[in-house]
Ligand binder design. Structure first.
Ligand code: NAP
Length: 245
């Protein structure tokens, strides 16, 4: 593969970590973004370097535009380009409507929606010049299913699906593809935080009868990033063991 650089947001843990390692195993240089967990991000960088590619850890709260722009400057300075952006950093903060605090609402919108726009904008500025690039947005099956308590999370992920389709049409003339993935329940800290009885209940609703693995999600992201997916753009691809059927 010709040398390519990927930036994965929220790559210190969970899905982002798995995606960063998968892309490194395929030969990408990788920028590992994190918010607060520098020790874990450094460990991911060490694993990635074991594949003989270049990697850096780069701190930025994706919900802060100035931090995002500084992160992109660092990545281009250190790794030379941005060919693939994986917009992955996200939070879930479930609450019933009447229990929803303004702070929690703002935080979810800032990270899960504005953060994706800030990163897409900064990446596109670099990809325009190269006339190629791939942006993969990590959405959620919650954008397609109604789960009580998830109105904010579902709304942020629904916004990402719409953003993906529209940006795909805007950016296609510049050789940039934009896709989203919508995972179901994947074995990460985010799902570990769910109450046991909720997890057991959700498991009964998954036709494949198990959680998905980070590696299974990373394989899909790697495919969408690659030239094997050169005719796919604007799609939100569900990866949920059949949960949403
Ligand atoms: P996770 O295990 O909770 O990890 C979250 C990651 O995002 C961490 O690396 C964290 O960094 C980073 N992060 C959080 N806030 C950030 C911010 N403001 N700026 C930059 N980085 C930030 O989450 P996950 O389960 O891997 O989920 C990753 C994505 O997949 C999210 O968008 C989530 O909505 C989506 N998703 C997950 C599931 C699932 O079942 N797990 C299902 C559907 C969709 P620090 O370590 O530094 O805090």
């Amino acid at each position: 593969m010709e040398k390519k650089v990927a930036l994965v947001t929220g790559a210190s843990r969970g899905i982002g970590r798995g995606v960063a390692i998968k892309l490194a195993s395929l030969g990408y240089d990788v920028a590992v973004n994190y918010n607060s967990n520098s020790a874990e991000a450094d460990k991911v960088v060490e694993i990635i370097k074991g594949y003989g590619v270049n990697a850096i850890a780069v701190q930025a709260n994706v919900g802060e535009r100035t931090e995002v722009n500084a992160m992109f400057r660092t990545v281009v300075k250190e790794l030379g380009a941005i060919d693939v952006l994986v917009n992955n950093a996200g939070i879930v903060n479930d609450a019933f409507l009447l229990m929803l605090s303004p702070d929690s609402l703002d935080k979810s919108l800032n990270i899960n929606v504005k953060g994706y726009f800030y990163c897409a904008q900064a990446a596109t500025l670099k990809m325009f010049k190269a006339k190629k690039g791939s942006i993969i947005n990590v959405s959620s099956v919650s954008s397609k299913m109604a789960l009580p308590g998830q109105s904010v999370y579902a709304a942020t992920k629904g916004a990402i699906n719409s953003m993906t389709a529209t940006l795909a049409t805007e950016l296609a003339p510049y050789g940039i593809r934009v896709n989203a993935i919508a995972p179901g329940f994947i074995a990460t800290d985010m799902v570990a935080a769910l109450p046991e009885e909720k997890k057991a209940e959700y498991l009964t609703q998954i036709p494949l009868a198990r959680l998905g693995s980070v590696e299974e999600v990373a394989n899909l992201v790697a495919f969408l990033a690659s030239d094997d997916a050169s005719y796919i753009t604007g799609q939100t691809i569900v990866i949920d063991g059949g949960l949403s059927l």
